[in-house]
Structure formats: C-alpha cells, structure tokens
Design a binder for this molecule. Structure first.
Ligand SMILES: NC(=O)c1ccc[n+]([C@@H]2O[C@H](COP(=O)([O-])OP(=O)(O)OC[C@H]3O[C@@H](n4cnc5c(N)ncnc54)[C@H](O)[C@@H]3O)[C@@H](O)[C@H]2O)c1
Ligand SMILES: [Zn+2]
Length: 346
C-alpha cells in the first residue's frame, strides 16, 4: 500500500491501494475514536460502493447513519449543509464522532464543510471515488458549499483525519468524468513533473501510480502553503482562463475541459514554447480533452476580470517556460489580454 503523509497543521495520511474499500473500518479505527459515523455519499455512488463501505463499518461495531444526496454539483448547497448538520444533531453526534465522505468532489467538499463547522469541528475521512477527487479535492483541506451568488463562497480550510483511495473505484466512472480529472493530472506533469508527463504521453503508468504521484505533488505544495497565500497558486495553472471559459459557456464546458483549454492557451502564449505546447495539446487530445474554444479574446478577458483570483489590479498567473517548472508570475490584469491574444491566435 502507498502511504503519503501530509504535513499540514493537522498531519494526516493518504492511503492508496486497490481493494482498500473492503478494509475501510480497519483503516478508520486506527485514527478515529468514534461510536457514530455519518456516511455521506451520492445517488450514483451509493448503489456502487455504499454497501461494501457500510458493511465494513457496521461489522466493526460503528453505528452508521447513511445520508445520500442527489448526484451533481447542485447538491453542494446550504440547504443540504443544514440538513446534514441537523441530522448530526438529532442523532446526538459528539465531537469524537465522525463523517465519512464517499464520492467525488461534491460529496467531499460538502462533508468537509459540515465536519469543519458542526460542534466547531469533528473528524472526517475522505474516500474519493472520482479521479479529480483522488488527485485534487480530497487533498489539501479546502471545503465549501456554493451560494446562489457563486461557487465555493461558504467554506473553511479543514484537514481530514485520513484519506483512503481505492483506484478500482475509477473503473465505473463515465469516461468524460475520468477525462475531467485527467486535466488536473496533466497539470501536475506540466508544473512539477516531467517524468509523470512523459509517462502520460506513453500510457505506461497505472491509475495507482498516477494518483500516487499527483497526491505527492499536491501534498507537498499544500504543506508548504496550507492557506493558499503563496506556492499553492501554482495549482492554478490553466485555471484563470479555464474559469473564464466555464463562465462564458454558462458552465456547459466542464471544469476539466476548461482547464485543458486554459493550459493550452497559456502554453501557446509562452515565448519559444511551441514544442511544449504541441506536446501538451497531443496529451490533452489523447485523454479526450479539448484544446480550443469558440470564445473570443474579449469575451474571455471580460469573464476573467470578474474572477475571484484577481487581487486589486494584479493578477497571479502561472507560466511553464520549461516542462516541470511552473512559475507564479504577477502581472497587471490588462496583460492577460496579451496572453489571450498570443495563445488564441496560433
Ligand atoms: N476542495 C478542493 O480543493 C477542490 C478542488 C477541485 C474541485 N473541487 C470541487 O469538486 C467538485 C467536482 O468534483 P467531481 O468532479 O468529483 O464531481 P462529482 O462529485 O459531481 O462527481 C462527478 C460524477 O461522478 C459520479 N461518480 C463519483 N464516483 C463515481 C464512481 N466511482 N463511479 C461512477 N460514478 C461516480 C458522481 O455521482 C457524479 O455524477 C466541484 O464541486 C469542485 O468545486 C474541490
Ligand atoms: Zn481545477
């Protein structure tokens, strides 16, 4: 089994192994002192993996309350949040009881925010079942729900007690959802890891190897900058333009596809970057991701200007002048136009 330690304010481990789902109780009992557990999952994941996890936990003597949300981003809302914390209160959950998040980033973000705030914080364990949740959302302690005014506006930094990844769960993913996570995987290769990038080009690594490498990179970055004031910005490669694409499309273009387009534009805008941009586009296409969109420079610029990552008049963007060497660059917002024009004109 792969074990990765995350050195944040609360240190915890990420365990990665095929078949881990059947041993969830054993793993949890090493870090939790709970009697009661709330197993939060969604309507797609419940019929696939809910029973095996629930059985493992109840057989080990935990009193498990299952809470199933409708699958999809719309469930990451304050109404679900309040219903879940009310359920915890009605069931008499104490500060040593815990929440288990079984699902993708929606379930993980919602469960994490409930755990961060109920009784001012109770333990939670992440069991991510999408590629994006394995390599991104379950690592790093960002938890949130959406408000009608925007995504992830109500949240907290709150680290889990443990993350359990069973790569076999990815076998049932819809290919488009798998591709979405792959955009983040390719991002890690671009910003930090030429070996990972080359392995992706050649299709020579298993899901377990890919996840292990990405989780190592993210946990290092997060340990260095837990509260997102410095190098964690690196993880935003392709995201400034990606968010603009998502907005312009009224969220019809998925996050992973939008980030793929954002990375491709940034790579094309790089001085002397044509070779790397060609390699990036080939990998993105290979994994079913787009490299272009129908929006104009002006439309994307206007959408990016409204992005929350803009701080005063300075924008932090990520460039990759050489494979594996992502760099945070501060530019005046207007200069984003130059990147967009260069990146989109090729
Ligand atoms: N906390 C963070 O740092 C962070 C980082 C990135 C994204 N996010 C958040 O993550 C969310 C997106 O996560 P996501 O892409 O995992 O979406 P998701 O949770 O909606 O999952 C995508 C779809 O896959 C289904 N699914 C999940 N696991 C499955 C499996 N093993 N087999 C078959 N179907 C399965 C889900 O039911 C859903 O329909 C967004 O809300 C985003 O804001 C958070
Ligand atoms: Zn992302």
């Amino acid at each position: 089994m792969e074990r990765i330690k995350v050195g944040t304010s609360r240190t915890y481990e990420i365990h990665i192994e095929e078949g881990l789902l059947g041993r969830v109780a054993e793993e949890c009992s090493a870090v939790l002192k709970s009697e009661k557990l709330l197993l939060l999952t969604d309507s797609n994941v419940k019929p696939l993996y809910g029973d095996v996890v629930c059985r493992s936990l109840t057989d080990a003597g935990y009193r498990v309350t299952e809470y199933v949300i409708p699958a999809g981003e719309d469930s990451k809302n304050t109404e679900q949040y309040l219903n879940i914390v009310s359920t915890l209160a009605k069931e008499g959950f104490s500060r040593s009881d815990a929440i288990i998040a079984l699902g993708g980033g929606v379930v993980g973000d919602l469960a994490g925010f409930c755990a961060s705030s109920y009784l001012r914080g109770i333990p939670f364990v992440q069991i991510p079942t999408t590629l994006l949740a394995c390599v991104d959302s379950s690592v790093g302690g960002k938890t949130a729900v959406n408000l009608p005014e925007g995504k992830n506006l109500l949240g907290a930094f709150y680290q889990p007690s443990l993350v359990l990844i069973d790569p076999l769960t990815l076998k049932t993913l819809n290919p488009a959802v798998y591709a979405d996570g792959m955009a983040e995987v390719i991002k890690y290769g671009m910003i930090r890891d030429p070996e990972l990038f080359t392995a992706l080009e050649n299709h020579v690594w298993t899901d377990t190897q890919i996840i292990t490498r990405c989780v190592s990179i993210k946990s290092q970055v997060v340990a260095e900058d837990e509260f997102d004031n410095g190098c964690r910005l690196l993880l935003n490669y392709g995201h400034t333009i990606g968010h603009a694409v998502e907005k312009c499309s009224r969220f019809e273009v998925s996050h992973g596809s939008a980030v793929a387009i954002g990375m491709s534009v940034m790579a094309r805008a790089e001085e002397d970057g044509a070779d790397l941009a060609d390699r990036l586009d080939a990998v993105l296409k290979d994994y079913g991701l787009p490299t272009a969109c129908k929006f104009s420079t002006e439309e994307l610029y206007r959408a990016a200007m409204a992005d929350k990552k803009r701080r005063n008049q300075t924008l932090h963007i990520i460039t990759v002048p050489t494979l594996g060497q992502g760099t945070v660059v501060s530019i005046p917002v207007e200069e984003l136009n130059t990147y967009l024009r260069k990146g989109l004109s090729v």
